[in-house]
Every structure is written in structure tokens, then in C-alpha cells.
Design a protein around this ligand. Structure first.
Ligand code: FES
Length: 228
């Protein structure tokens, strides 16, 4: 490649790609450091931290990439909003407000994606955290899970006596549907590869460094509500 062509090719690369090309050994160590430094964080926390860094550096493309990833790992709109606000001391008000505008424009499914009636809105339309009525107690059969979709969030409900547990439906291993899992007492076993989770606190019993999100529930007049 001629010197001119090399220069033009370099101009088209992102900084990260350019460094990887020109300092491959250093970048290999740097990327390994990033990977290792987040080893004890659950995926949702890792993506929320990424949102904070994208606000500080203000990269709209990065925000559009990491906000949906955090949502897929169970982050609520308000948790993402908090992450953006946390960036304020380093990012300044302009970056925070611009990031909030991006957050508000992110599309979100309002119904179960497998449902033909699924429709999309934006995060701006998602209400703040509060109690949400999700099911009647009698439709929850003890010993099996029930999938509910609340404003785009997929939750698995489990009735244990007169108590109801609510956890994120996606298994933290590879996304198995925990609502379809096998239930024994307060433990659910993922139907895909058998990872087990304690329903009271979401703790993974197969890998102690992992958890699924749990949500507070209450029962009033035989109706089940979840706080999210
Ligand atoms: S996806 Fe749940 S155990 Fe693998």
C-alpha cells in the first residue's frame, strides 16, 4: 500500500481500531484489562457503567448502543436515567441533558414481542417506577412460573403459598426463559442448561457471582402488584 493510501485508510479508522493496528500488543493487554476489571459485575451493572462513560465522553452512538443493552439485562428506565444523572459531576449539564434526549428517543416494545399486537413507543412514554398490577393471585399456579410483560419488561412470577416472587425472566447464563423453569420450593431451575436461582433474592446457586433481578411484590384483594 502506498504511503498516501495508508494515510487515507488510517483516517477512516476509529481511534480504537487505529491503536489496535499500530500497537497490537498494548491493545491486547488493555482490552484484557477491561474484560477482567468487570468480572465480578453483573451484566446490567456493567452496561449501566458503560452508559455513564458514554455520557461523560458524550458519544450518542454509544448511548444508543448501551441503553438498550442495559434494558435487555433488566434495567428500568429510571435506573438508566439515574446512571445518566450520576455522570453529571464529570460530564456537565449539557452532556446530561443531551443524553436524556437520546434516552427519551429510544424505542421500547410495550407488549410481549411474540405477541402479534406488539407495538413500539419510546422510553419517554414509560412511566416512573411505581406499583403495577400484573396478575390475579388465583391465576398463578404454585409450583410453576408465569410470564408477564410490563411496559416492555419481561418478568417471571412464582407463587409460593400466599407469597409471590417476581424476578427477571431472562436467565443470566444465555437468556433462557425462567418462567418456563422447573420450580421446587423457592428455587427455579432454568429450562435451557439447568442453572438454579433462589427466588427470594435472585441469587444464582450454580455460579455465586451471578444474580437475576428481583422485584418487590404485594397482594391486595387477590391482585398481585410489582414495584418497578
Ligand atoms: S440459559 Fe439458563 S442455564 Fe443456560
Amino acid at each position: 500500500m502506498s504511503a498516501d493510501h495508508q494515510e487515507k485508510a488510517d483516517e477512516d479508522l476509529s481511534g480504537l481500531q487505529w491503536l489496535s493496528r499500530h500497537r497490537p500488543e498494548a491493545m491486547e493487554h488493555l482490552l484484557a484489562f477491561f474484560k477482567e476489571s468487570g468480572r465480578h459485575l453483573d451484566p446490567k451493572t456493567r452496561f449501566l457503567i458503560s452508559v455513564v462513560t458514554k455520557v461523560v465522553n458524550f458519544t450518542p452512538r454509544g448511548l444508543r448502543q448501551y441503553i438498550p443493552r442495559a434494558m435487555r439485562e433488566g434495567a428500568s428506565r429510571d435506573e438508566i436515567l439515574d446512571a445518566i444523572l450520576c455522570a453529571y459531576p464529570a460530564a456537565g449539564l449539557t452532556n446530561v441533558l443531551d443524553a436524556v434526549d437520546i434516552l427519551r428517543s429510544i424505542p421500547v416494545a410495550t407488549h410481549d414481542p411474540t405477541d402479534d399486537q406488539a407495538s413500539a413507543t419510546t422510553l419517554a412514554d414509560v412511566p416512573s417506577a411505581r406499583w403495577r398490577d400484573v396478575a390475579s393471585l388465583e391465576e398463578l399456579t404454585p409450583g410453576r412460573g408465569h410470564l408477564v410483560v410490563v411496559e416492555g419488561q419481561r418478568l417471571a412470577l412464582f407463587r409460593e403459598g400466599d407469597q409471590v416472587h417476581a424476578i427477571s425472566n431472562a436467565c443470566v447464563h444465555l437468556g433462557g426463559q425462567l418462567a418456563d423453569g422447573y420450580v421446587e420450593g423457592s428455587v427455579v431451575t432454568c429450562p435451557l442448561h439447568g442453572w438454579q436461582f433462589e427466588l427470594n433474592d435472585g441469587q444464582c446457586l450454580t455460579d455465586s457471582s451471578e444474580k437475576v433481578d428481583t422485584f418487590e411484590t404485594r397482594i391486595e384483594d387477590q391482585r398481585v402488584s410489582v414495584f418497578l
